[in-house]
Design a protein around this ligand. Structure first.
Ligand code: F3S
Length: 415
């Protein structure tokens, strides 16, 4: 990779050992991916580097060692001109009484979060930063973690980001640089799979089904959706999350919606495939069925807000719950960013939801926390997919209305 004199000096330690390490991360990653140079980065969404370490088998000693390393680096600041936010803090569930709230881990997570804020990161603590102020413009070069948000940034906002991990996003935040490869380059943003949609997408979760179906087929490719209306922000959120769950998709195009794809021809850079994959009404039903694995109707968890709920979704859930009561023995959790919860508090939605026996949880994700559950109903294809794999729960993925109905009844009542 060609480095400038300044970049070479940083790599050689001119700005200290931590920035030299950051530079090495970017250079080695870039070289592995065929990048020729580093380019300026406008915007990052970095994940704190200690999410749920306990669930991955870390001990208090390894966590302390980890925090000591971070303290060493804590004099660093985010790069001038680069807008940096941070992702979900998975272990701040200590407001909820669950065994997963290990005191050491919670303390360390708080310490890391404070260091990040000192360094200049805006603590959004969400997997959906575009709902709470991190909304890059078309063409902005970003370094985002969280696969669902990456797809959203590329496809809905027209910004450009490859899929980042903790180290590369933190390095990009501190150095204001990213290696140039993948979807940062025009030629790698061309559609690779045409999905002709004839199914009627009625609910937000139906868009998740479309994404889950297409992600499986597209793999690392770029699906292009044709025949769909313009999604709402919440629908686009579900589509993008599901695409990155069943596949390794970094971006998609919705002809007429994706900023750089006003037409099908533009999405494929002129070369539209002759044989589309069909997403019919039957495919929609089959996609729901493919993920549901419940062997009975009694439920113990309803998880909404995956990706994190918007204020509009919370308003809708509050309206569905008004005057009702969540069944005994059922946990109804709505995950969101703390900024959004502030709005829900002000609007009275939180009170309505809590009066009904539900909870709004900030900064977290029950599945990534591996909160045990026996049978989960959720409106998120991503949540359902990972709850099966990471928690071992039985899952039912369904529209929000059906999820709330199940929470009140204490059992799955059908779509
Ligand atoms: Fe967010 Fe957790 Fe879903 S991180 S996208 S709520 S699986």
């Amino acid at each position: 990779m060609q480095l400038t004199g300044d970049q070479r000096a940083i790599l050689d330690g001119a700005r200290g050992s931590y920035l030299a390490t950051c530079m090495r991360w970017l250079v080695e990653w870039g070289e592995a991916m065929g990048a020729r140079r580093l380019i300026p980065c406008d915007n990052t969404h970095a994940i704190l580097a200690a999410p749920n370490l306990m669930a991955r088998g870390a001990t208090p000693a390894t966590l302390e060692a980890f925090a000591a390393g971070l303290r060493q680096a804590s004099s660093q600041k985010t790069a001038a001109g680069c807008y940096c936010t941070i992702h979900t803090a998975f272990v701040t569930l200590d407001e909820v009484d669950v065994a997963q709230n290990d005191a050491t881990e919670v303390r360390l997570q708080r310490e890391v979060a404070a260091m990040a804020a000192d360094a200049g990161f805006i603590p959004t603590f969400t997997c959906a930063p575009y709902l709470v102020g991190n909304v890059p413009l078309k063409g902005e070069i970003c370094a985002w973690t969280e696969s669902s948000a990456v797809v959203y940034a590329n496809s809905i906002l027209g910004a450009r980001t490859t899929r980042h991990g903790s180290e590369s996003a933190i390095a990009a935040s501190l150095l204001g640089l990213v290696p140039e490869f993948g979807v940062l380059l025009d030629e790698n943003r061309r559609g690779t799979l045409l999905v002709e949609v004839s199914a009627t997408l009625e609910t937000t979760t139906d868009w998740g089904a479309l994404g889950y179906f297409a992600g499986r087929i597209a793999g690392l490719g770029i699906p292009v959706f044709h025949g769909v209306r313009r999604p709402t922000q919440d629908e686009a959120k579900q589509l993008c999350a599901a695409l990155a769950t069943s596949g390794g998709v970094t971006m998609c195009h919705i002809a007429g919606v994706t900023p750089e794809a006003p037409t099908l021809e533009a999405a494929f850079h002129g070369d539209v495939p002759q044989e589309p994959v069909a997403f019919t009404g039957r495919t929609l039903e089959a996609t729901y069925a493919s993920l549901r694995n419940h062997t009975g109707d009694e439920i113990d968890s309803v998880i909404l807000g995956c990706p994190h709920a918007s204020i509009r979704e919370i308003a809708g859930i509050a309206a569905l719950l008004k005057g009702k009561r969540v069944a005994d023995g059922v946990r109804l959790w709505i995950d969101t960013a703390r900024i959004t919860k502030g709005g829900a508090d002000a609007m009275g939605y939180t009170r309505t939801i809590e009066d009904a026996g539900g909870r709004i949880l900030c900064d977290t994700c029950p599945t990534n926390m591996r909160i045990p559950a026996r049978r989960i109903v959720t409106h998120g294809f991503k949540q359902a997919h990972y709850a099966r794999g990471m928690v071992g729960a039985e899952v039912i993925v369904a529209a929000t209305q059906a999820c709330v109905r199940a929470a009140v009844a204490g059992r799955w009542m059908g779509d």
